[in-house]
Design a protein around this ligand. Sequence first.
Ligand code: SF4
Length: 370
Amino acid sequence: MFDPFHEVVTNVSKTIMQFEAQLRRPVIGVMPAYFPMELIYAAGGYPVQLWGNNLTLEKSDAYLQSYCCSISRSVLELELREISKMVKAYAFTSLCDTLINLRELYRRLFSKPTLQLSIPITQTEEARQAYIKNVLKSVTTGLEEITGQQITQASLIEAATLYGHTRSLQRKLYNIRRQKPGIMKNHDFYTVLKAGFFLPAGAYNQLLETLLHNLEALSQPQDSRPKVLISGMVFDPIDTYKIFDELKFDIVDDDLANGWRTVSKENLQIENLVEGITQYLFNPAPCCCIYNPENDRHTYLLNRVKQSGADGVLFWYIKFCEPDAFDRPQLMNRLKAEGIPAAFIDMELSMSNFEALKTRINAFCEILEG
Ligand code: SF4
C-alpha cells in the first residue's frame, strides 16, 4: 500500500528528473516554509520542496557556521555538490534570519535565479496586506521570468484546485491516523507526506486517493499503545520513525511546519490574491516563525493534544533552529502545568546512528506508559 511512496523517497533525483521530462516544466526548488506552491504551478513551474536531507556536510561548512540549522546547511550542500542540477531556480520565504541570509549566499555563489516571498512582521490585517501587495508583484514577475509563462486567472484556478485538493487529501490521512491510531506505521505515514515534496501534485493526488480508499477499509488495531504528538519544524530524519514503530509507540498528530501547519491550510483564495496569500501565510496554525500574537501557540497546542487524544508531547528539535528553540521552554512549561508530559529530543539531519535517540524515545514512552 505504501510502496509507491517509499519508492519516491528513496529515489528523489530520479523521480524529479522523470517528471521534469514528462511535464516539460522547469523545476523550482522551494525552501522552508509556506511558499504557496500554487504560484509556481500557475506560472508553469514544477515545485519541489527542500526541507533538508541527510547528506554528510562536506562543503557547506565553508559558508555556514556549525551553529546554523542542519536544514539550511544540508540544502546548501545539495547545490554545492551539484546534486540539484535539475533545479533551475529557488523560491524562498523570509521565514528566519538563516533563510534570509541563505538566499543572499545563493545570489552570490550560484547563477540560478532566486526569489523571495517576504513575510511581514506586522500585527494588523491591513498592514500585512499592504506589505504583501508589493512583495507579491516581484514574486509573480520573477516566476514569470524564470518559466517564460504568464500567470493567468485560469492557471491560478487550476493550481489552487490542485494543491487545495492535495492538502484536503492529506487532512483525511491525518484524520484516519487520529481516529484509528496504529492503523499505519509512523514511518509509512511520514513517507507519504515526504513523497508529496517531490511528486507533481496531480500524480501525488492519485496515489493519495488510492491509499485513502485502502486505509478506510481497515479497522483499528485492538492493542492500546502510548500516543504522542510531535512538535517542531520538520519531521526528518525519516528513518527515526522506525524507532517509534519498533517501540510500538503511535504518533497521533503533529505540530510541524512541513506537517500539519502546512497541511491544515485551506484552498488558496485567488479572487483577491493579496488577501488570499495573506490568509494562507498566517492561518490557521501558528508557527514560531510567523509573527501572529493573536494566534497563541500555547492554547493551540493544548487544544491539539486534547483533540488528538495524545498522552504527551515530544518536541522534535533539529539543531540549531533558533525560532523553534525560543518557543520551546514556555510551551513545555505550559503543557506540564496542565499535567501533560512533555520532553524534547534534539538531532542533526545527517545523523546515521540512532541508538542514543532510541534510548531517549524509549524513556519518554515509559513515562507515558507509567
Ligand atoms: S529550521 Fe529554523 S533556522 Fe532552519 S531554516 Fe527552518 S526556521 Fe530557519
